[in-house]
Design a protein around this ligand. Structure first.
Ligand code: CP
Length: 296
């Protein structure tokens, strides 16, 4: 496995192997399989969960890990992306974990650098480790992905999480319905995978769902904000009353960061149905599995 750029290009067997190894890493402990190796985390966009869990994952595997943000690096002095990456590559890390606002930035660098790149989120394109940790979380509560009905609701247009999840879930036979306001639900999403459904009606999306995955409204990527937080919550905010439409054992997910009172109510976020913090916890195990596979 030479880096990890997206779910779309991963074989089903590779996904299964990562999830199996991640299950092994769910048991707390130090594993030391990457002792003497180094990973650089380069984040050009803000992150709490992804960056921290990559750092913890590297430490649990015994690797050295260095984290750099764009604002604290020489990027702020005008250094180009390629020169920055070449500079880091000269320090001979075994992998570079990268988040960037431009879709395709890690793919471009992977073509020009001799070091494996792990995509920690590129623009509107993919967030592969998020989809892997989401799959691990779902499989902690459900016997299989095949046949599950998964409603992904919110700002689909700007969501790399939605795209990576669509690729993964549909490859494993889940039934995916995407839901959001018309301005955030472009019809070209239908071409992501066969069998995807789109709806603007949140109640329709949730009816009979096994998994309700809420997404953040990405204000930083929107030129015009059509709805206030209150209006958005009225039409697309998840409330306890909605959960009565889903299966009795349905779970609620959100990649975070969550905006209470916009995408979901506090009652839902803090309810027994919510697995949002399990997702965070599983992020460490999944990133250990990915680092080991790429650098090991
Ligand atoms: N889910 C996710 O990517 O969160 P962060 O932006 O905090 O890393």
């Amino acid at each position: 496995m030479n880096g990890l750029l997206g779910i779309e290009t991963l074989e089903r067997s590779e996904i299964e192997a990562i999830l199996a190894r991640a299950r092994h890493f769910q048991a707390p402990g130090r594993y030391e399989t990457l002792r003497g190796k180094m990973v650089v985390n380069l984040f050009f966009e803000a992150s709490t969960r992804t960056r921290t869990s990559f750092e913890i994952a590297a430490k649990r595997l015994g690797a050295d890990s260095v984290s750099i943000t764009a604002s604290g690096s020489s990027v702020s002095k005008g250094e180009s992306l390629v020169d920055t990456l070449n500079t880091l590559a000269a320090m001979k890390p075994q992998a570079i974990v990268m988040r960037h606002a431009a879709s395709g930035a890690p793919h471009f660098l992977a073509r020009h650098l001799p070091i494996p790149i792990i995509n920690a989120g590129d623009g509107l394109h993919e967030h592969p480790t998020q989809a892997l940790l989401d799959a691990l979380t779902i499989l902690g509560r459900k016997p299989a992905l095949e046949g599950l009905r998964v409603a992904i609701i919110g700002d689909i247009a700007h969501s790399r999480v939605a795209r990576s999840n669509v690729h993964l879930l549909s490859r494993f036979g889940a039934e995916v319905v995407l839901c959001g306001p018309a301005s955030l639900l472009p019809s070209e999403l239908l071409s992501l995978a066969p069998g995807i459904r789109l709806t603007y009606d949140m109640r329709e999306a949730i009816s009979g769902a096994d998994v309700v995955m809420m997404l953040r409204v990405q204000l930083e990527r929107q030129h015009e904000v059509a709805m206030s937080a209150g209006e958005y919550f009225q039409f697309y905010g998840l409330r306890l009353e909605h959960l009565a439409l889903a299966k009795p054992d349905a779970i609620v997910m959100h990649p975070g960061p969550i905006n209470r009172g916009r995408e979901l109510s506090s009652e839902v976020a803090d309810s027994q149905r919510s697995v949002i913090l399990n997702q965070v916890e599983n992020g460490i195990a999944v990133r250990m599995a990915v680092l080991e596979r790429v650098m090991g």
